[in-house]
Ligand binder design. Structure first.
Ligand code: ADP
Length: 436
């Protein structure tokens, strides 16, 4: 700002000096030409008209004979009387005693050989009033103005950045104390800071939710693992004290085996969940025929003959990871078989819906009451834990949703209590590999 102000001032000074100089030269020429109108010669001698002004507007007019003798007029004090050759109609500058003079001559001819010289002399105006006031402004007002601007700017900047300070303080507090419940006050008025504040709060909210989910998951996982461990430890204690016959021992062994199987299944599921949390890389995806994959999974699922039917035809191409998609389908099929009566049919079907491939698993089981439909996707959530049977820990559907999300798709549930449930997976369709 200081540099800009100084430049502006310098420009103004230069411009006003040029104007002052231009005005002075105009005055000199105009006065001299007006006086030339007043000159006449009578029988070889110079005659001054009535209106000839020897001094006007700072211009001294001198009249010289052709032999350069001063005939009339007063040479301004300090101006050199000799050594200034005459030049008709040309304005020159003469320096003398630290003063600059403007000089102009006009010749008044008379006859062939006679005539007089009119010489105009004028002191070049020193820095004019405008320049002086500009310089005063530069010297006094400008520093004050810059100081005022700097203080004002500092004050405005501090006020404007206060919300940012608050965001920084909150971020630091969260970092130090890990208090994820803290939120920044979203400033009103300032659009950028309001957006930053809102984005920050949203980020912390998501962090808090993730952190809470993580805590819940750890608590639930340890609880689920602790139950079989407690059963095994109880069975061992009982066997040590009371099991005497080989039959009793083999009963206890069976309990222990069931519980270790349950634990082993749970650990496998937990490991797959962790694996899924890391995401799936683009290089792990390939064209998969979802219809064919579903029928393979059905064929490999042990169940009562004729209970499970695959009506999904081949040619439902999507881009995905075959083992993960097989796991998703297996979880849905296992649930359908597990939660519906042993003799009720389970059907797997598929088709196209616009640009998407749909694949559904339908059962004629008890259905899922509306109040549970949102929560069944949560980890460890079970509608009725007592009905879960061996191996169920409430992780199956959260895995299903996660796998669908990793493939850019979704799963939805339609269910009529008492009539059954239909879980539908929707993924973006791709062209079959050979057509590419
Ligand atoms: P689980 O290991 O208990 O089967 P899931 O995450 O697969 O866990 O399922 C969560 C809950 O949703 C189950 O406990 C069950 O109550 C309900 N559920 C899932 N599938 C069905 C279905 N086909 N019919 C009825 N209820 C179901």
């Amino acid at each position: 700002m200081a540099a800009m102000a100084a430049l502006t001032l310098a420009g103004a000074v230069l411009a006003s000096s040029a104007v002052v100089r231009g005005n002075a030269l105009d005055d000199l020429e105009r006065t001299l030409r007006e006086n030339l109108q007043q000159v006449s010669m009578d029988s070889g001698s110079f005659q001054a008209g009535e209106d000839l002004r020897y001094y006007q507007d700072g211009v001294y007019t001198l009249v010289y004979s052709q032999s350069q003798a001063l005939l009339a007029g007063q040479v301004p004090a300090g101006f050199p009387t000799t050594g200034q050759p005459f030049e008709n109609g040309v304005i020159r500058t003469v320096e003398e005693g630290g003063q600059t003079y403007y000089l102009m001559d006009l010749f008044y001819p008379h006859g062939w050989e006679d005539g007089v010289w009119l010489r105009g002399v004028m002191e070049a105006p020193r820095a004019g009033r405008t320049v002086n006031s500009l310089l005063t402004l530069g010297a006094v007002v400008l520093p004050a103005f810059i100081l005022l601007c700097a203080l004002g700017g500092f004050w405005i900047a501090r006020r404007a950045f206060r919300p940012l300070d608050q965001i920084i303080d909150t971020a630091a507090a969260i970092g130090e104390g890990a208090d994820l419940t803290a939120r920044v006050e979203v400033p009103r008025g300032n659009r950028e800071f309001a957006r930053l504040g809102a984005a920050f709060n949203q980020m912390v909210e998501r962090l808090e939710a993730a952190f809470e989910a993580e805590k819940r998951f750890t608590a639930d996982a340890s609880h689920e693992l602790r139950t079989p461990v407690a059963v095994i430890s109880g069975a061992c204690e009982y066997a040590e004290k009371f099991d005497e016959t080989a039959e009793e021992r083999s009963e206890t062994m069976a309990i222990i085996r069931r519980q270790t199987d349950r634990m082993s299944a749970l650990i496998t599921q937990l490991l797959s969940m962790t694996r899924l949390d890391q995401g799936v890389g683009e290089e792990e995806l390939e064209p998969v025929d979802l219809g064919a994959l579903a029928c393979t999974v059905c064929a490999e699922t042990p169940c009562q003959p004729g209970r499970l039917a695959c009506a999904a035809g081949p040619g439902l191409w999507v881009r995905g990871n075959p083992p993960l998609l097989a796991r998703l389908l297996q979880n849905l099929i296992d649930n359908a078989l597990k939660y519906s009566p042993p003799d009720s049919p389970v059907e797997v079907g598929g088709g196209r819906e616009g640009e998407r491939v749909l694949l559904w698993v339908q059962d004629r089981g008890p259905g899922i009451p509306p109040e549970h439909r949102e929560r069944i996707w949560d980890r460890f959530y079970q509608v009725d834990p007592s009905r879960a049977g061996a191996g169920g820990a409430g992780l199956g559907l959260s895995m299903v949703r996660r796998i669908a999300q990793l493939h850019g798709g979704d799963v939805r549930l339609e269910s009529v209590p008492g009539l059954g449930s239909r879980f539908t997976l929707a993924l973006e369709a791709v062209r079959p590999p050979e057509e590419k």
